[in-house]
Each structure stands twice: as C-alpha cells, then as structure tokens.
Design a protein around this ligand. Structure first.
Ligand code: ZN
Length: 362
C-alpha cells in the first residue's frame, strides 16, 4: 500500500549536463557522453532506492527534454531548422523542430537506457514517454496540415516503442500530457483516443501524467493567473475515469486543484503528487502523509501511489534528493498510520527503537 513513485525526471549531475536548467546542454560528446548517461542512470536508480521509492525510473538522464528525447529518433523531423513558436496556448516561447515529411521511427528510441535500468534494479520499473497531444503542441507542422492526424501518427510510433519497452522488462509506461489542462475540449475530442492508440496491445501498467508544468517562471506566473481554485480537471477527469489508462498522475501538494476532484477519477489508481517541485522547501514526512490523508477522503487507499507533483529536472540535486527521501519516509509513515493493519504510531516507534538497541548489541 502507498507504493511510491516519481513523475519522471531527476536533476542531472554536473558531469553530464549543465545543472539547474531545462533543455540543459550535454557537457560531453560521443562515447564519453554515452558512458556518462549510463552512469547517471545507475546513480538515479540508486538514489531512488535509497530514498525508499518503490516504482523507480531512469530519471530521464539520457534525454535532454522529455518531448524532444523521443523526437530525435523519428524520420520526417527537421532538427536543423528549429523555429520559435508559442506552446501550451502561447504560455511560453520555445525553439521547436519541424515536421517536414511522413513520420517513421528510425529504430529503437530508449532501448539503451531501458535495458541499463532493468539490469540495475530489481524494483518495479517505470518508463516515461511524451503523450501525443503534448508532442504536437511542441513541434511545428509543415507536412500533415491536420493536427489530429499528426497526433495519431505520433501515437502509432509511441506504441511501437512502448511495446518494445515492455519486452525490455518495463513494468509501467507513463505518457506525459501537460497539454491536457490547456486544451480541455480536445482531450475529450481526440486526446484520450490518441493515448488509447499509444497503449494498444500493452499488457504492462499504463499511466498518464497531467500537470501544470515545471516550477519555471513562465509556469508559476501562469499558475498565479488561474485563480484560487483550479477546476480545469472537472472537464477531463470523468473522461479519464472511463479511459483505458490504469493510473492518473496529478499534482496535489501546494496545488490549487481541489482534492475533491480526485473523486471524479473513481476506479483509477491515482499518483498523488505529494512533493512540490516548484519550491525548494523540502517537505517533512508528516507533510507528505497529510497529503496522502487528504487524498484518502476521495480515493480508496489501495489506489493511492504517493508521487512527486512533476519532474524534478531543473532542481538542485541535493534538494531533489532530500525531497525523494521525504516522499519515501512520508509514505512509510502513512502506511503505519493509515495502513490496513495500522498499529498506533507510538508502538511502531517503540518497536523500531528496540530493534536498533538489539542491533547495536550485536
Ligand atoms: Zn509534469
């Protein structure tokens, strides 16, 4: 119960990429870069295991950005001539590549890091891919002239890679759809259908992460403009509840999404964001347990998976690691406090002390 996981990315070490940045440039190239990515992936797994995270990931150490990491292996995309467009309904400007011809996978996209991760952890392993709607919002189209058609084509390619990832031993495949709270109508019109195409024939656990974005300034400004309660999800949660996705990842810590909206996800596993990635203040385990407790009012406790609000890529490593530790400890505390065979916390603490005493005698 209360199995913990992370939304996806972790900060990269300074010997791999420039720290505290999104789209951070690599500091190495060629074989040295490949080696550094491998080392950083193993390190990311170790850090999660030490923090008591149950369903771990590669920390997205091998990709520069959660969308473009996938696009780099697709034929029909011109990366040499990026253009600036407004993304997420013009919330911020980004330099994006252009679709210039029919899209086709050049080969495997994430095989190397998926296999490295699988070889170095016995824990359940999650892998993240960008969702079709978010991809088409982060690229310029010079070929298809129809964004739904283009999204469905990307969904087919995502599915191709996802089925291979499953064979590599990945237990959960998560699609990241931060665009899902920007284009609410399109989510129900075709966004969920595109996700269904992306998960076709998968037997592993499937998840979708929706969120109000990283803790960068463009996002925090936007969030400040949304009012005291963020009720956008009222429009899409009922459709997600009916979807084939097994898990839905939602930010809950310091979020203005009213917790009661989680009730609209009835029947789904909910990855409850209990760690704020937009703040450097490290949560206490008790604070994490409080978020879990609040979620329990609307979600069956067996369906709660404590998680981070979003990716941690732009954070300082020490802070991100401390937050992971708080997540692991907070979930353990919640298990003691609210679990099925919950024992009074005092007794648990006493038992732990006794154990320590016993060990110190050995
Ligand atoms: Zn996110």
């Amino acid at each position: 119960m209360f199995e913990t996981t992370i939304a996806g990315s972790l900060p990269k070490p300074g010997w791999l990429a420039e720290p505290n940045k999104l789209w951070a440039p690599w500091v190495l190239e060629g074989q040295a870069l490949a080696d550094a990515k491998r080392d950083a992936t193993i390190l990311a797994l170790k850090v999660q295991e030490d923090a008591g995270i149950d369903i771990v990931g590669d920390g997205e150490q091998s990709r520069q950005h959660f969308v473009h990491g996938f696009l780099e292996r697709i034929e029909g995309i011109d990366f040499a001539h990026k253009i600036e467009i407004g993304i997420r309904a013009d919330r911020y400007r980004a330099m994006v590549p252009q679709v210039v011809g029919p899209l086709r996978l050049k080969g495997r996209v994430h095989q190397t890091e998926a296999r490295i991760a699988r070889a170095h952890t016995k824990k359940k392993l999650k892998f993240t891919l960008p969702g079709p709607m978010t991809i088409i919002d982060t690229i310029a189209d010079r070929h298809y002239g129809d964004k739904v058609k283009m999204a469905m084509t990307f969904a087919e390619l995502l599915n191709e890679e996802a089925r291979e990832l499953e064979k590599d031993g990945i237990n959960t495949i998560q699609f990241d759809e931060p665009a899902f709270n920007v284009y609410m109508r399109e989510v129900t019109d075709w966004g969920i259908a595109a996700l269904h195409r992306a998960i076709q024939d998968l037997t592993c656990t499937t998840a979708v992460h929706i969120c109000y974005g990283y803790g960068i300034k463009a996002n925090t400004d936007w969030k400040a403009s949304l009012g005291s309660q963020w009720t956008q999800y009222e429009q899409i949660f009922p459709a997600l509840a009916k979807s084939k996705m097994k898990q839905i990842s939602v930010e809950c810590k310091n979020s203005r999404v009213p917790m009661k909206l989680l009730k609209l996800l009835d029947g789904k596993d909910v990855l409850v964001g209990s760690i704020d990635v937009a703040s450097d203040k490290v949560e206490t385990p008790e604070e994490v347990a409080t978020v879990i407790q609040q979620a329990m009012k609307y979600v069956a406790k067996e369906k709660i998976f404590p998680c981070t609000n979003c990716g941690m890529a732009p954070m300082q490593r020490e802070i991100a690691y401390a937050k992971l530790a708080a997540l692991g400890k907070g979930a353990a505390y919640a298990r003691q406090k609210f679990g099925r065979s919950a024992r009074p916390v005092k007794r648990v603490r006493k038992a732990a002390k006794k154990k320590i005493k016993k060990q110190s005698r050995l």
